[in-house]
Write a protein that binds this ligand. Structure first.
Ligand SMILES: [Zn+2]
Length: 347
């Protein structure tokens, strides 16, 4: 068995390659910033990194990193390790200088069970400037065994001096497939996928690549009626896309209930989930469905287009989403996209 680096972190190859290699090569930085939206997996990643640093089997070629089996891994995943110090703002709006002073007081005491002590600071942007300056002094001359993980939604809210002392890693957005796999890995998620496939698909499409948000949507704490409306419109649009009927597409696509860029992005993501299902159905793979409720339904829709055409539509959808993200006008983006999709037939 070969060693897998961070097998429990989904996606995020930058973390796996960069921090994973740093740990394996004993070449760790003293501070890393993990930046990403709520639900992007920062806390999970931080816990995995802490375990990897302290894992007894980190140098073994036959164990994964972290191994998940040794006493240190058990202590860290059980949240009872004294070699992992977590700092959160709790209910307070800020993390004050006292909390950072507490760290400094115990900083030079050697770790109990392993070669490292990991400090995880959640919502690091909530540190007051005084707290950040105190941390900065620590980061300038830390003991060799201290590693700081600063988790934040926005690293620009940290002092430049703090940022310059740490390696900043942006959490990757998860693909629709990764979100669907994650949701269906729990008993409850599997149940909803079976009994309410439309709600499941809605959670995947609306999550915008955030596992936390997807789980929230699935637990039905938010209204998903909007998404069901978009789904119905996507159902009408897909056959037109497959048969390149641009005039009808233009009529439908631009008068749909898309009011703004945000709506448009969600709508295009839903369309892309459908295209992905159609490709899966054509290849008779057994991946999680993201849009259609059955493989038969996806295969029927896919019978109108070749795989090449589906890839062409997928590429145009992604291009349109990227253009929307760089603030190109909604109408221009959608019109261009429809014309490009229709144009495929004539090539
Ligand atoms: Zn271990």
């Amino acid at each position: 068995m070969s060693k897998k680096i961070f097998p429990h972190i989904i996606g995020n190859n930058v973390i796996k390659n960069l921090i994973g290699n740093d740990i394996v090569n004993r070449n760790c930085s003293h501070a890393y910033i993990l930046e990403g939206a709520k639900g992007s997996g920062k806390k999970t990643a931080a816990e995995q990194i802490a375990a990897a640093l302290s894992c007894y089997n980190k140098n073994s070629t036959s164990h994964d990193l972290p191994c998940g089996e040794c006493d240190n891994c058990h202590r860290i995943f059980g949240n009872i390790s004294s070699d992992v110090v977590r700092i959160t703002s709790g209910d307070k709006v800020s993390i004050g200088i006292d909390e950072i002073r507490n760290i400094k007081n115990g900083l030079y005491v050697t770790p109990n069970d392993s070669d490292f002590r990991t400090y995880i600071i959640e919502n690091a942007e909530r540190m007051t400037p005084q707290a950040q300056n105190a941390l900065l002094l620590t980061l300038e001359e830390p003991p060799s065994f201290a590693v700081f993980l600063l988790l934040t939604e926005d690293s620009t809210k940290l002092l430049e001096t703090v940022r310059s002392r740490a390696q900043c890693i942006r959490m990757e957005k998860f693909s629709s497939t990764e979100v669907a796999d994650y949701l269906s890995s729990s008993y409850e998620g599997k149940r909803i996928q079976k009994s309410f496939p439309e709600r499941f698909a809605a959670a995947v499409s609306l999550s915008d690549g955030s596992l936390g948000r997807a789980a929230e949507l699935l637990s039905n704490t938010e209204d998903t009626s909007e998404i069901l409306k978009f789904r119905a419109e996507a159902m009408k649009l897909i056959p037109l896309m497959c048969s390149s009927k641009s005039a009808q597409m233009l009529k439908l696509g631009l008068t749909a209930s898309i009011k703004n860029t945000h709506d448009a992005k969600i709508f295009l993501q839903i369309l892309d989930c459908a295209i992905r299902d159609m490709v899966s159905a054509k290849r008779t793979s057994s991946e999680n469905l993201l849009f259609y409720v059955s493989y038969e339904e996806a295969a029927k829709a896919a019978s109108e287009a070749s795989i090449k055409k589906l890839f062409h539509i997928h590429a145009e959808l992604i291009r349109a989403i990227m253009r929307l993200e760089s603030n190109v006008s909604l109408k221009i983006v959608l019109t261009d996209m429809i014309l490009k999709i229709a144009d495929y037939k004539r090539k």
